[in-house]
Design a protein around this ligand. Structure first.
Ligand SMILES: NC(=O)c1ccc[n+]([C@@H]2O[C@H](COP(=O)([O-])OP(=O)(O)OC[C@H]3O[C@@H](n4cnc5c(N)ncnc54)[C@H](OP(=O)(O)O)[C@@H]3O)[C@@H](O)[C@H]2O)c1
Length: 350
């Protein structure tokens, strides 16, 4: 068996960091060799530094690793970042400048002019931006995955864009509590409640990131796709899984049956290459009138597939549907791991 590639996890103690550790356990290509977090955690074994909040225990070999700080030297060339955005920007820049491949969840560099904002099924061509970025850094680089809700939205829109063109999109989200990290929203605010606001520019991300992802990288620069997005976000008392009600005006008329066929047929480079974390089908179309639901559908294909349901005609926009994405798997750690698998398959890891 080929030797696995040692990787580091930055922000390993957080909600996304724990998902990295969980999803990388037994990974066929990567092995967690280094962990880092804040000064609060540094110097402690992971089992002490981290309050493990996923089912079961942290993997035994990782539990014994000592957590380091993010500015210390790393042996691993590939670093996954689940860092808080208050520090991710500077730390990721530093590590890319030191020659590492930083595969990040944080929002800080998503819209930088030479940083791919990648969904491997949708815009693998955006990896061309790495040529530009690596000239700037001298070899290392940053690749980002989108905001958790945006992953579900952009995956659902990609086949509709290809088949019919997109003119305008409206999206209303019902977002899970785990999206706010731990401890996240206070329980007295969350239970029996819906909060129509999520900080950190959540609506702006939903309005901008899909246009970047579904746009082009040409002549050394990114061009936003030419459609408008309007978003309205809500935090709801669900543990994992963001639901999105999506309204779409296409450029050519899209009959719901044709839209369903386009969604069902959608595949990308991860499926062609059979990447280890790639779902067989990135989009699962459900036909029951009351699906998708977070509790029933978020774990589809290990949390890496987006469920789409209620694809129907809309009197105002033309088409509407519901989409569900597991926010800490396909929307965060799983997305970054799939990005790294594509980088590996393309021979782009340093
Ligand atoms: N949760 C989601 O569904 C989701 C989805 C997509 C993207 N994201 C993004 O992923 C990132 C992590 O989110 P999260 O929910 O996992 O947050 P979290 O649970 O609050 O974890 C934050 C991590 O960052 C570390 N950290 C905080 N301040 C630090 C500092 N000054 N220096 C070094 N490390 C520091 C923490 O270490 P200590 O434990 O030592 O404090 C912890 O490991 C954020 O940028 C977030 O926007 C989250």
């Amino acid at each position: 068996m080929a030797t696995k590639i040692d990787v580091g996890v930055l922000g390993a103690t957080g909600a996304v960091g724990q998902r990295f550790v969980q999803l990388l356990d037994g990974h066929p290509l990567f092995r967690v060799a280094e962990l880092a977090a804040s000064d609060r955690s540094a110097g402690k074994p992971y089992r002490e530094a981290c309050t493990w909040r996923l089912p079961g225990q942290p993997p035994r070999d990782v539990a014994e690793l000592t957590v380091g700080t993010c500015d210390a030297p790393f042996r691993s060339r590939l670093l996954f970042s689940g860092l808080d955005s208050s520090v991710a920007g500077e730390v990721e820049d530093l590590l890319a400048a030191r020659g590492h491949a930083v595969v990040s969840n944080a929002r800080n560099h998503r819209l930088d002019p030479d940083v791919p904002l990648l969904i491997p099924e949708v815009n693998p061509r955006h990896l061309d931006a790495l040529d530009v970025q690596r000239r700037r850094t001298g070899g290392g680089y940053i690749v980002t995955n989108p905001n958790c809700g945006v992953v579900g939205l952009a995956l659902a829109l990609a086949p509709l864009q290809a088949a019919f063109g997109l003119e305008a999109v409206a999206v209303v989200t019902l977002q899970a509590l785990s999206g706010a990290g731990y401890p996240g929203v206070a329980s007295l605010d969350a239970v029996d409640n819906v909060i129509p606001y999520i900080g950190g520019g959540e609506e702006e991300k939903l309005e901008l990131e899909p246009r970047r992802i579904l746009g082009r990288f040409a002549d050394g620069r990114f061009e936003l796709a030419d459609f408008a997005v309007s978003a309205s976000v809500h935090r709801v008392a669900v543990t994992d899984g963001h639901t999105l009600a999506v309204f779409v005006r296409t450029r050519q008329r899209a009959d719901p049956d044709e839209a369903v066929r386009a969604l069902q047929a959608f595949r990308g480079e991860p499926q062609e290459r059979r990447l280890p974390s790639a779902p067989e089908r990135p989009l699962h179309v459900l036909f029951e009138p009351d699906r998708p639901q977070p509790r029933l559908d978020r774990e589809r294909e290990g949390g890496m597939a987006v469920s789409v349901g209620r694809v129907r005609a809309d009197g105002l926009f033309g088409l509407k549907l519901e989409a569900l994405v597991h926010n800490t798997i396909r929307g965060a750690a799983g997305a970054a791991i799939l990005n790294a698998e594509l980088l590996h398959a393309r021979g782009l890891l340093p």
